[in-house]
Design a protein around this ligand. Structure first.
Ligand code: AMP
Length: 193
């Protein structure tokens, strides 16, 4: 089973992806985690993207598309994967369609986690405290920027998938367990695209 979780920063994509990993033996592919690992390792890529991440901007489509394509080819994705943080632009969504077709794979569901933007500020503050401030982009100013980037560049993905009849939404303001239950209900009626 191959899934996409969509939603603004702090919507709970990572939390739900981890639950889906446990329940279904899928692999969470978080492009944000991959980029942060690259920064931490001090690789060429990490040095190039650090300022972009810190400012809350998006890394280029080309870099992200080849990163996710390589990752999907790894053996640990054989049972299926959950895309968390990708695609983030319509160009990435289109490239993903082509890529999956070439690999002989399909998406089983695209799930939007819907949240109230004001509540996200509280959530991001909590995450920053829990992580001891490990993420430089977890603060109110950068969150404001990331939400604007989400509205401008990522939200247009929603009609892209809606037009293809594969977009399903869950109420992300409910408890973690409740959101998980809503997602499980969707997965019981998969609509392969
Ligand atoms: P996330 O952990 O998903 O919130 O991602 C953290 C940051 O990594 C984002 O604010 C972007 O700077 C970058 N990033 C993650 N995924 C992508 C993507 N698919 N395209 C472009 N930039 C990304």
């Amino acid at each position: 089973m191959n899934l996409i979780l969509l939603g603004p920063p702090g919507a709970g994509k990572g939390t739900q992806a981890k639950l889906l990993e446990e329940k279904h033996g899928l692999k969470q592919l978080s492009t944000g985690d991959m980029l942060r690992a690259a920064v931490a390792s001090g690789s060429d890529l990490g040095r190039k993207v650090q300022a972009i991440l810190d400012a809350g901007h998006l890394v280029s489509d080309d870099v992200m598309i080849s990163m996710i394509s390589d990752r999907i080819d790894q053996p640990d994705c054989r049972n299926g994967f959950i895309l968390d943080g990708f695609p983030r632009t319509v160009a990435q969504a289109e490239a993903l369609d082509h890529m999956l077709e070439e690999k002989g794979l399909a998406l089983d569901a695209v799930i939007e986690i819907r949240v109230d933007e004001e509540a996200l500020f509280g959530r991001i503050e909590t995450r920053a405290k829990e992580n001891g401030g490990l993420r430089a982009d977890d603060n109110a100013d950068v969150l404001r920027k990331r939400l604007q980037v989400y509205r401008d560049q990522t939200a247009p993905i929603l009609p892209y998938y809606r037009d293809r009849g594969v977009l399903q939404g869950v109420d992300g303001m409910a408890s973690i367990e409740n959101v998980s239950g809503q997602i499980e209900a969707i997965l019981k009626v998969p609509s392969t695209v």
